[in-house]
Write a protein that binds this ligand. Structure first.
Ligand code: GLP
Length: 237
């Protein structure tokens, strides 16, 4: 695991976007694993900025999203598909069949589909305040592939800030499993703000603790880059 502490979430966004755009230029058929939530927003903004100014094409890029709520269709502005269209996809020249999201329909073939494309070259991750990655809540089995989860009270409470009321937050989601994520060829996890400090500290202890799913990244065979901002770092002391 390689840790980078940068001043702000904007700086992280620029740095991670640079890394990704360079990789897309090297490999126009790259397979990207994408995350939602507020954390990757500065990264997506910077990817759009660099890609447009440098004429980088996404025509042959494939994307697999980490997770999706059960019960929200793509027109619902809280669905993750809506989020991705709104913050990244619509600005770039992706093909109409470039994007993959886990759903109740494809749940049993999602991992195979990823394999069919040769696996995920770069997986972007955020982290929940309880250490969840994608929607893999504490004590998820490390051998899980894409599956349905019942969201923890903590996650429902955290994510209620995006909804009108907590009652509107779906209670279930479909998520790549820890095994799916750990198979990626490279992983970039971003954590910004003080409310992530406890989870990040646990993850950086260097061993796998099932109470913090993000610490499973210690078992990954690929390169894992962790980007945190000063605020998150200060909170770890
Ligand atoms: C959700 C997503 C995760 C994300 C987490 C953190 O639960 N399923 O993929 O990492 O929220 O969200 P945020 O980046 O808004 O703090």
């Amino acid at each position: 695991m390689e840790l980078y502490v940068l001043r702000s979430k904007e700086e992280i966004g620029l740095e991670v976007a640079r890394r990704i755009v360079e990789r897309v230029k090297e490999n126009p058929n790259i397979v990207l694993g994408l995350a939602t939530g507020s954390t990757p927003l500065p990264t997506y903004k910077a990817i759009v900025k660099y890609s447009l100014s440098e004429n980088v094409s996404y025509k042959n890029v494939t994307t697999f999203n980490l997770d999706e709520y059960v019960g929200l269709d793509e027109n619902n502005n809280q669905s993750y598909r809506f989020f991705m269209n709104d913050n990244l996809f619509k600005y770039l020249d992706f093909g109409t069949t470039s994007h993959h999201f886990p759903s109740l329909e494809n749940i049993s073939s999602y991992d195979e589909e990823i394999e069919k494309y040769g696996g995920i070259d770069i997986q972007i991750l955020g982290i929940g305040s309880n250490g969840h990655i994608a929607f893999n809540e504490p004590f998820t089995d490390i051998k899980e592939k894409t599956h349905v989860v019942k969201l923890s009270e903590n996650t429902i409470k955290d994510n209620s800030r995006f909804f009108n009321s907590i009652d509107e937050v779906p209670t279930k989601a479909i998520t790549m499993g820890l095994e799916t994520i750990l198979k990626s060829k490279e992983i970039i996890l971003i954590a910004t703000g003080k409310n992530k400090s406890v989870a990040v500290k646990k993850m950086l202890e260097g061993t796998y603790d099932p109470s913090c799913p993000a610490s499973s990244l210690n078992l990954a065979k690929c390169k894992v880059h962790i980007y945190i901002d000063d605020e998150c770092y200060e909170g770890m002391k």
